[in-house]
Design a protein around this ligand. Structure first.
Ligand code: ADP
Ligand code: MG
Length: 241
């Protein structure tokens, strides 16, 4: 579903992604962890071209990411993204946030888009919030709206960039529960940057550890956490566990 081949990226002189190679199978769930500044966000943002790589190939569902806008649009249609800070439109209701993309990008009739939106609000367990504005919701509810908004675009792949790290502790679980359900009940390909190790153990097929722009180690979650091989992975895990 996703292939990164010898991907390199620089911010000016700074070599942020170093020769990354990664193959993600359809339906696979990957958790990416690593120290702050190691390039995790940059890597997943390259997958839907929020950032541009300079060398190597990124292929998403058979389409290579180049400067061709048609290809970028095709890939973005397949890829949903959930950010740390929700990124909802504050001047639109929850329902309007959820129907904007389907109506304007996918050209769905409004009534159909609203029905789909309600289905996903139900799924993330906040159908009663449909007519509120994001500012009237808790952080956990806003993040669930953001997840529902992505699902309304019917993506094949979901990218999550630290979706719970801006939340108060008591709201982390309600968001993780929704993500676990999503993983268990759909065959969606998921890449999730998170340090929530319980989540990783429960849903990940593979955990990837990044440091200084490189993929240092990857393994099935139990082997990864119980038996890390690389010294840098061991140090990192000793700091977060
Ligand atoms: P992570 O998500 O693992 O914390 P990032 O991918 O956000 O790491 O950042 C990796 C490195 O690239 C960091 O050193 C960061 O300061 C730098 N960086 C990120 N975005 C930019 C940018 N737009 N311009 C310059 N440097 C950046
Ligand atoms: Mg980041």
């Amino acid at each position: 579903m996703i292939r990164l081949q010898n991907v390199n990226k620089w911010y000016g002189q700074f070599h942020v992604l170093k020769d990354l190679n990664l193959d993600v199978a359809p339906g696979e769930r990957i958790v990416i962890c690593g120290p702050s500044g190691s390039g995790k966000s940059t890597m997943i943002r390259c997958i839907n071209r929020l950032e541009e790589h300079q060398e190597g190939q990124i292929i998403v569902d058979g389409t290579e990411l180049t400067n061709d806008l048609k290809q970028i649009e095709a890939i973005r249609r397949d890829v949903g993204m959930v950010f740390q800070h929700f990124n909802l439109f504050p001047h639109m209701t929850v329902l309007e946030n959820l129907t904007l993309g389907p109506v304007w990008v996918l050209k769905r009739p409004k009534a159909e888009a609203e029905a789909t939106a309600m289905k996903y609000l139900d799924r993330v367990r906040i159908p009663e919030q449909a007519n509120k504005y994001p500012g009237q919701l808790s952080g956990g509810q806003q993040q669930r709206v953001a997840i529902a908004r992505s699902l309304c675009m019917n993506p094949k792949i979901m990218l999550f960039d630290e979706p719970t790290s801006a939340l108060d502790p008591e709201m982390v679980k309600e968001v993780l529960d929704v993500m676990v359900e999503l993983a268990e009940e759909t065959g969606m390909t998921m890449l999730c940057v998170t340090h929530e190790m319980g989540f990783a153990r429960k849903v990940a097929d593979r955990v990837i550890f990044m440091d200084h722009g490189e993929i240092i180690e990857q393994n099935a979650p139990d082997a990864f956490f119980d038996n890390p091989r690389n010294e840098r992975t061991k140090l990192f895990l000793s700091q977060i566990l």
